[in-house]
Design a protein around this ligand. Structure first.
Ligand code: SAM
Length: 242
């Protein structure tokens, strides 16, 4: 019987991976993942066996991992960022539990809120929450409620899955909900392609964010009532008298 590592590879480049993540990949016989992430690893791990599939193939990907591990292989199931943040760790545990397989080790990675936060400066230096706008697995009403609660609690917010081809206007919908409570001049920002070629960032106000078009490779940051912009840097104070 083999084992399965669930590996968060960070935002993209090898240099943003943890040493433990790199070791898990080095020690694996086969690397399994969504096509985009496998493409990021192929140059570095050309000698390894790969299994890749597309979006919506998550459950099949987990089943394949269990199958490969039962055949005796050491498997690395890779995800971007951290495997526990909208990643493959929880579906793998659920699939593996159903087939009685237990030898799983989760290897944490740097999630987009943190790697993107570093690109913008220090936007999440006080209490923050993470909200995904994807309603594929979560009812939109619940997403709306969480946005309203975050605004009510004066949290900084990192928004994942802000948009896609089918959900092009979701970020605008989310901004409109936040603006029921928050002022239009609230400092916000976003980062596209964190740690990858073509990384770009922007700082803007919440009302300006309403008109920005972002894609699924973007993470959006909403500041709290104390967040400031220093040119293209977004800073949420800790609270020191400075
Ligand atoms: C299904 S979630 C996966 C999150 C991932 N497990 C993590 O911890 O970062 C996909 C969303 O994560 C964010 N994301 C992941 N990698 C990113 C990157 N390199 N640049 C910008 N955003 C990223 C985007 O908001 C994207 O829509």
């Amino acid at each position: 019987m083999g084992k399965i590592y669930v590996v968060g590879i960070g935002p993209g480049s090898i240099e943003n991976m943890t040493l433990r993540a790199k070791k898990a990949l080095d020690d694996s016989d086969i690397i399994v993942g969504y096509k985009t992430y496998i493409d990021l690893l192929k140059a570095e791990y050309a000698h390894k066996e790969f299994y890749e599939n597309g979006m919506r193939g998550e459950v099949e990907r987990c089943e394949k991992c269990v199958q490969f591990a039962k055949e005796g292989k050491t498997v690395a199931l890779v995800c971007s960022g951290d495997a526990g943040v909208y990643g493959m760790a929880s579906p793998l545990y659920e699939v593996a539990e159903g087939s009685g397989f237990r030898d799983i080790e989760v290897v944490s990675g740097v999630t987009a809120a943190l790697s993107g936060g570093a690109v913008l400066g220090a936007p999440l230096s006080h209490d923050f929450c993470v909200i995904s706008l994807s309603d594929l697995l979560t009812p939109w009403e619940l997403i709306e409620k969480r946005l309203r609660c975050a605004a009510e609690g004066d949290f900084c917010v990192a928004i994942y899955n802000p948009s896609s081809k089918k959900r092009a206007y979701y970020l605008k919908k989310a901004c409109d909900i936040l603006m029921e409570k928050l002022p239009g001049d609230r400092i916000c920002g976003y980062v596209r392609n964190i740690g990858r070629e073509g990384c770009e960032k922007k700082i803007c106000t919440l009302s300006e964010l309403t008109n920005e078009s972002v894609d699924m490779f973007t993470t959006v940051f909403i500041g709290n009532s104390g967040t400031k912009a220093f040119d293209d840097i977004m800073v949420t104070p800790r609270g020191y008298s400075l």
